[in-house]
Design a protein around this ligand. Structure first.
Ligand code: SF4
Ligand code: SF4
Length: 447
């Protein structure tokens, strides 16, 4: 199975793109399929669960066999009743030994460490991985790709949600390397003159200005394209504020109320992370002064950057997440000092799970909830630009030259080492450029 997965270039479809053949090279007690899709507005995983339930269940069983898991769960929010029903029906139709695990409707239910805690009751150690508590977690879209890989189909296309300020929000299936602009045009175009585009979800996605949209392409990890207004919302304000200003505000306005720490999801499962202490520590530092690791600043290294502290918790509109990001960057290369201290989850966790709708309201993006992506379309663009690095690890090495004809599914860049991933052509055509991406123009029959 690992060979099939490697050959097909499968990487984690829901997150940073860790090569799946490396992740699944293990034996565990629990296989957990992460179908929480906790980022507000995204509906990609829900579409996949409704459209491909049999493939998902078959994929889960194949992976569970491979990793020798005695327990296989598909973790779905219980509010997603249609998807739960679709997957449960497939399990009973196919008579498979897989269970649906109902998750509460909170953000970040889909954080890998949250889903492990919810399903197993075990806390993954800070800066650790689920394997350390006998679990492996795979996103539901990754499972579909594994199912296809085992039938000889490489990863060439991506399902994604296009929503926000577009005329017709949709779920699209597009060749990898498709321009964001083509996706937006397929949805009737953007309904605002000035906007920002989010690659991913509003909480953890990458934000870009409208002027930069021309360079954006769909990759193996693009789960959504969301258009938001350029002003008057939390996400845009964060994007437009330089880190020096964020740090100066933190110095002058943090009242040490500890709400950021009390609400931190990682803290609530037992990690020793105290963003208010990092804020206090940073208030003594001048901007630009080189930081060195100490027992408090090191806590920033275990922040998962979920954004609860800044988007919901802080009453002073400060940004502990951005401060943690800054500290992490300054301490790059420093490893978190693991200790044997017991990890004690908080009794308050059940009461501090925040519904995504509340966060959206707090961020000034509540209005976008009405724009549901109900329709589906498949695109076939004339040109694709496929990045050679869409995954964690080394970029793939191009295996084609400009002028070469390629067909969809053909290997065009080879994994460079163990932690890397193959890249395949996503359309039939001719290679026109090879740089840190491979551009292919579609063959069209001569008229
Ligand atoms: S919630 Fe805001 S004001 Fe309170 S301690 Fe954290 S950063 Fe400071
Ligand atoms: S972003 Fe804030 S709430 Fe999230 S893990 Fe980091 S410190 Fe905790």
């Amino acid at each position: 199975m690992l060979e099939d997965v490697k050959n097909a270039g499968v990487v984690g479809a829901g997150g940073a793109g860790f090569p799946t053949h490396v992740k699944l090279d293990c034996k565990v007690e629990y296989l957990i399929v992460n179908a929480a899709e906790c980022e507000p507005l995204l509906a990609t995983d829900k579409y996949i669960m409704n459209a491909y339930p049999d493939e998902i269940v078959e994929g889960v069983c194949a992976v569970a066999d491979h990793v020798s898991a005695s327990k296989a769960f598909i973790a779905i929010k219980s509010v997603n009743q249609k998807e739960t029903g679709s997957v449960r029906d497939a399990i009973s139709r196919l008579r498979r030994n897989v269970e649906v695990f109902p998750l509460d409707n909170y953000y970040p239910a889909g954080d890998e460490q949250m889903v492990v805690y919810d399903v197993t009751g075990r806390t993954v150690p800070p800066s650790g991985i689920p394997l350390e508590v006998g679990a492996v977690v795979s996103n539901v879209a990754t499972i579909l790709n594994i199912h296809d890989a085992m039938r000889g189909h490489p990863v060439t296309h991506k399902f994604l949600t296009v929503t926000g300020e577009v005329l017709r929000p949709m779920i699209l299936k597009v060749p990898i390397g498709t321009a964001f602009e083509e996706c937006l045009n397929a949805c009737g175009g953007v309904s605002l003159a000035d906007f920002k585009v989010i690659d991913g979800g509003p909480m953890m996605g990458t934000v870009a200005d409208d002027a930069d949209i021309g360079s954006k392409r769909v990759t193996k990890t693009t789960s959504g394209i969301i258009i938001i207004p350029d002003k008057d919302n939390f996400v845009s304000r964060q994007h437009d504020t330089v880190v020096e200003k964020i740090l100066n505000r933190a110095k002058s306005a943090c009242i040490q109320c500890t709400f950021c720490t009390d609400m931190c999801p990682r803290r609530l499962i037992g990690h020793k992370i105290r963003p208010h202490m990092v804020m206090r520590r940073m208030s003594t530092m001048d901007f630009g002064v080189a930081l060195s690791a100490d027992s408090i600043l090191e806590e920033a290294l275990i922040c998962c950057e979920c954004g609860i502290c800044e988007a919901f918790a802080c009453p002073m509109a400060l940004s502990p997440r951005q401060v943690n990001k800054y500290v992490k960057k300054q301490l790059s290369g420093v490893r978190y000092n693991k200790t044997d201290e017991p990890l004690v989850p908080s009794d308050m966790r059940a009461y501090r799970k925040i519904a995504p709708s509340k966060i959206m309201a707090r961020m000034g993006l509540w209005g976008l909830y009405a724009n549901k992506a109900n329709d589906f379309a498949e695109l076939s663009p004339e040109t694709v630009r496929i990045p050679i690095k869409q995954h964690i690890g080394a970029p793939a090495r191009p295996a084609v030259q400009p002028g070469e004809s390629v067909s969809c599914g053909q290997l065009i860049a080879e994994a460079d080492g163990r932690v890397s991933a193959h890249v395949h052509a996503s359309i039939d055509g001719v290679v026109t450029e090879v740089e840190n991406f491979i551009e292919i123009k579609r063959n069209r029959p001569e008229s």
